[in-house]
Design a binder for this molecule. Structure first.
Ligand SMILES: CC(C)(COP(=O)(O)OP(=O)(O)OC[C@H]1O[C@@H](n2cnc3c(N)ncnc32)[C@H](O)[C@@H]1OP(=O)(O)O)[C@@H](O)C(=O)NCCC(=O)NCCS
Length: 227
């Protein structure tokens, strides 16, 4: 499936009311967030939202916030860190419009062109040791394909998985994707994954979407706790 996508920050002029992430509990909450809360949170400086658009219509979005984790939270993934709160980029919300879900198109572009780019920029600007998210069960596969590993259940929302991707891995993967030079004989994710998924010719997935899982998903709760 080849669909041209425009990737850019949410603006006050964007019409969000047509966006539809599907009828699952998670999809409804993610739709509601973009329609009713994303602009306000952006105005307030609570979060930043970026859109993927096709023909002027919103095909997906991702909402990012700065957050911190503690060394003990990531010690299985990162080593030799100081005992201070560690800066991360948190994927607070991410959704693809129902018509585009599972086509390996919108999500990968948002991950590459927004999440990875913002994380690398943040590292240079104010520090960032990695990218975190609290993933719903049906989204764990998506994040795992990008190299995220599951740390533990989210403390605030135990039905969600706290997932994490070290920034150094992202930087290496992006460099290797840009240069075509792989520094290891046996590269690990996302070094293998990123170059493949950056290719928009990746074929669409066929078959039905995964089963919906009924989760407590309070859209008005803390924006930082839901991937
Ligand atoms: C998760 C999501 C953002 C990924 O974006 P995408 O554009 O569908 O990205 P991809 O096509 O590369 O990824 C599809 C993967 O996402 C997962 N997924 C989650 N919800 C899905 C859905 N409704 N349909 C298809 N795949 C879905 C699947 O595990 C799938 O893995 P697979 O390719 O191995 O089958 C998007 O599917 C979505 O918005 N899902 C519903 C809401 C949600 O779960 N958001 C994440 C909050 S933690």
């Amino acid at each position: 499936m080849s669909v041209p996508l425009e990737i850019r920050p949410l603006s006050e002029r964007d019409l969000c009311t047509d966006f539809d992430a599907g009828g699952t509990p998670g999809g409804l909450a993610l739709t509601d967030f973009l329609r009713r809360h994303a602009k306000k949170h952006q105005r307030q400086g609570v979060s930043a939202t970026f859109l993927a658009l096709t023909d002027g219509k919103i095909a997906g979005y991702v909402t990012l916030v700065g957050a911190t984790v503690f060394r003990k939270d990531v010690e299985g993934v990162l080593k030799s860190l100081p005992p201070y709160p560690l800066p991360v980029l948190l994927i607070a919300r991410m959704a693809t419009a129902a018509d585009f879900q599972g086509k390996r198109l919108v999500g990968p572009r948002l991950m590459r062109d927004v999440v990875f780019v913002e994380a690398v920029a943040r590292r240079a600007g104010s520090g960032c040791v990695g990218i975190a998210t609290d993933a719903k069960p049906e989204a764990v596969t998506f994040y795992a394909r990008w190299g995220f590993t599951t740390l533990r259940a989210s403390a605030e929302l135990p039905a969600l998985s706290r997932m994490f991707l070290p920034l150094a891995t992202v930087q290496r993967a992006m460099e290797e994707a840009a240069t075509g030079i792989t520094s290891r004989a046996e590269p690990v994710r996302p070094e293998v994954v990123v170059p493949a998924l950056l290719d928009s010719s990746v074929p669409a997935i066929s078959g039905p979407p995964p089963e919906a899982v009924d989760l407590p998903f309070d859209q008005d709760a803390d924006v930082e706790t839901k991937g």
